[in-house]
Design a protein around this ligand. Structure first.
Ligand code: APR
Length: 317
């Protein structure tokens, strides 16, 4: 049986890390695409030379030719430019939208049956555009944000309580931005919800509020430290968790930017919600009963996604 094929569109910081983890997990053969001449070829060769040390069999290809992603099973998109000083959010939106449209057209031509994960920011608008411009079914196009945001929240909780990250489970909904909604009620340490841990005296409500705030601005905190780029290890690992759940039909329940058709009262938009990911892509959007306060925060987040999408030409279906 041939190995699955994973195409990475964009071979920068996240793209290269995706390629590395795909190899270590032996998810399949990897195509690194980028517009920069030689760069994906160089990274592909470097990773190939790492594979004997790590002991995995992955064929890496670096390319500037979209046809190399023919019949890919999974496509992960990080192509785009980061926001530079002086650039408005709308400027970024226009530049990345042009790139995403081009990527979408090539996905449609070369691998219309792929499961597509978008990482490029502004995420909620870019994933919507990727779907509408590629014409792929909505269950086969989703965005990576929630796994990363939840992982940040999990880490901050584990660090605060001095417990293993393995035992912390968290759920974050809404758009990928300052309006995201970390769901404290559904965040647990080995099954014990955070509000119960407050009653047990492990942490205070004020501690939780601080952890939620730090999670909301988790990406910005890293940008400030790095100065010349944004986070790449955790975003890459998060997208790989989604790709692996698809390729191995694991049916993991992961928070992802998924297309909503009435769930949570939202119709015709991508937004961060808990989803089951298996061999059919986003197989199910899990609908939770939100409290009035959670619902209010979620609506605010949806509104900011709506504004972003409406500022993106032709993003909607
Ligand atoms: N086609 C393919 N690749 C492109 C194109 C294009 N038209 N335009 C730019 N790229 C490539 C760049 O050459 C670069 O190598 O996309 C890559 C992006 O990589 P980085 O700048 O290193 O960015 P990265 O940290 O990987 O983040 C990528 O994910 O989290 C988001 O905000 C982040 O939108 C950004 C994306």
């Amino acid at each position: 049986m041939p190995r699955p094929k994973i195409a990475l569109v964009g071979s920068g910081a996240i793209g290269a890390t995706l390629a590395h983890i795909s190899g270590i997990k032996e998810l399949g053969d990897v195509v690194l695409f980028d517009i920069v001449e030689g760069m994906p070829q160089g990274k592909a060769l470097d990773l190939s030379q790492l594979s004997p040390v790590e002991g995995f069999d992955t064929k890496y290809t670096g390319t500037q030719d979209y046809s190399a992603m023919k019949d890919a099973d999974v496509v992960i998109v990080t192509a785009g430019v980061p926001r530079k000083p002086g650039m408005s959010r709308d400027d970024l939106l226009a530049i990345n939208a042009k790139i995403i449209r081009e990527v979408a057209t090539n996905i449609k031509t070369f691998c219309p049956n792929a499961f597509v994960i978008c990482i490029t920011n502004p995420l909620d608008a870019m994933v919507q555009l990727l779907q509408s411009a590629s014409g792929l079914p909505t269950n086969k196009v989703c965005g990576m944000a929630g796994v990363l945001d939840a992982s940040r929240f999990r880490y901050f909780i584990a660090e605060k309580l001095n417990v293993s990250v393995e035992d912390v489970s968290a759920l974050v909904m809404g758009g990928h931005g300052d309006t995201m909604v970390p769901l404290v009620r559904y965040t647990t340490v080995a099954g014990i919800p955070l509000p119960d841990l407050v009653s047990m005296g492990w942490l205070t409500q004020e501690d939780i509020d601080k952890l939620v705030e730090r999670t909301r601005f988790g990406g910005g905190e890293i940008v400030q430290l790095l100065k010349t780029g944004s986070a790449f290890y955790a975003p890459a690992a998060s997208a790989i968790a989604m790709a692996e759940s698809y390729l191995r039909d694991k049916k993991r329940l992961l928070p992802c930017a998924a297309y909503l058709t009435g769930q949570y009262g939202v119709n015709g938009f991508y937004c961060g919600v808990p989803c089951i990911i298996g061999k059919d892509g986003v197989e199910k959007v899990v609908e939770l009963k939100l409290t009035a306060e959670e619902d209010k925060m979620f609506r605010q987040s949806v509104e900011s996604v709506r504004q972003l999408v409406e500022a993106t030409p032709n993003a909607r279906l």
